[in-house]
Ligand binder design. Structure first.
Ligand code: 5GP
Ligand code: MN
Length: 354
């Protein structure tokens, strides 16, 4: 197993790589593979899809055949991304996905570090022995995920990290405007438009590199954040005015949405993106949650400001994980019982914390 943490980048944006051999491995894996499969995590977000398609478009320009296979559907707000129409969704077309997986020479995993994060595709990789490369910025990578791991929790996003890896591997000249727009999207969505997780100068140097590639930053912002359906805006209004609860003694606020409520507002995948952040915008609140009822489980989304580790909280109570200030998880209980569990878990955790 080859494993490296890239401490931080030097001022000249070169990464301070403890194990330079990982970049050499990445170069040779790309150079010697004809069929490359890129895999983002389940419920892919802007960073996961941005890194997948950023790499896809770069490889395309290198005349390398690559395919992005997403475990399940990607959200509506990412459907403008160049190359998205060629993404195979495993959940919707597993026959074709398996054909492509079987024919692949190698795999590149982006924006996750545990096989459990790819849900229905987990089993395939538990039994596969082809070379796997992971590029990710979540803490606590699991060893079984990939034999080659580039894991940098300090990076704002996997997209920022990917760009540095591409640069270090001397593939930067192959990054097209299309690739750069995908890569910028991940930096933008994982930092809330450079609002959080973005205090390192290196992030801005990467953005500067992408601007030099010719991206239209304002257009991307518009496509992702300002291109909502009318019903999504109404759902947001409903969620904030009717479904947000404040727990002042726990310095928390949360929004819960039932399946029926989502359907009433013609819910499309991705429509609740960002809601959980808004619950954190209340004075005195440093933890927020979005609790949504899905077909087979209740999805939990957590955000925090400062010291509260939502990844540890989610892992302790909701089978989840993620980053210190942004994490997710799930519950097998009913929506009502999940809400009660969330409240009592938070109370317990706050008490332990003190
Ligand atoms: P979101 O709330 O946007 O779904 O997820 C926030 C962060 O937590 C993302 O970085 C995401 O990858 C991670 N995350 C979301 N759900 C899970 C989960 O069930 N398990 C783990 N380990 N991480 C998750
Ligand atoms: Mn990410």
């Amino acid at each position: 197993m080859h494993f490296a943490i890239f401490d931080s980048y030097n001022k000249n944006t070169e990464m301070n790589i403890k194990d330079k051999s990982l970049i050499t491995s990445f170069q040779s894996l790309i150079n010697t593979s004809d069929k490359i499969v890129i895999v983002p995590h389940n419920n892919p977000d802007g960073d996961a899809m941005g890194a997948s398609l950023g790499l896809f478009n770069t490889l395309l320009n290198m005349n390398k055949q690559s395919t992005v296979i997403s475990p399940n559907a990607y959200p509506e707000y990412l459907k403008w991304m160049p190359g998205v129409d060629q993404v195979i969704v495993y959940e919707e077309d597993s026959v074709k996905a398996l054909e492509v997986l079987d024919a692949a020479d190698c795999f590149i995993f982006v924006d996750f570090n545990a096989l459990s994060r790819i849900d229905q595709m987990t089993e395939y990789f538990q039994n596969d022995t082809k070379p796997r490369f992971m590029i990710d910025h979540h803490p606590y990578p699991e060893e079984a995920t990939a034999s080659y791991q580039i894991s940098v929790p300090e990076a704002s996003s996997t997209c920022e990290l990917l760009y540095q890896v591409i640069k270090e591997a001397a593939f930067e000249e192959f990054v097209t405007v299309d690739a750069a727009e995908c890569i910028y999207s991940g930096i933008m969505t994982d930092t809330g438009s450079l609002n959080y997780n973005s205090n390192r100068p290196e992030t801005y140097l990467t953005v500067a590199n992408l601007l030099e590639k010719g991206i239209n930053k304002d257009k991307i912002h518009h496509q992702i954040f300002q291109n909502n359906s009318f019903s999504k805006m109404q759902l947001l209004g409903f969620a904030l005015s009717e479904k947000m609860e404040l727990l002042p003694e726990l310095k928390a606020a949360f929004i819960s949405l039932s399946k029926e409520e989502l359907e009433r507002f013609n819910y499309q995948s991705g429509d609740t993106e960002g809601f959980v952040n808004q619950a954190l915008w209340i004075e005195g609140v440093d933890v927020s949650a979005l609790i949504t009822e899905k077909d087979d489980m209740v999805k939990m989304s957590f955000r925090s400001r400062g010291d509260f580790p939502v990844n540890k909280f989610s892992s302790a109570y909701f089978e989840g994980g993620g980053h210190h200030n942004a994490a997710g998880g799930k519950s097998e209980l009913s929506l009502a019982d999940t809400i009660e569990k969330f409240k009592s878990a938070l109370k317990e955790y706050r008490t332990v914390e003190k």
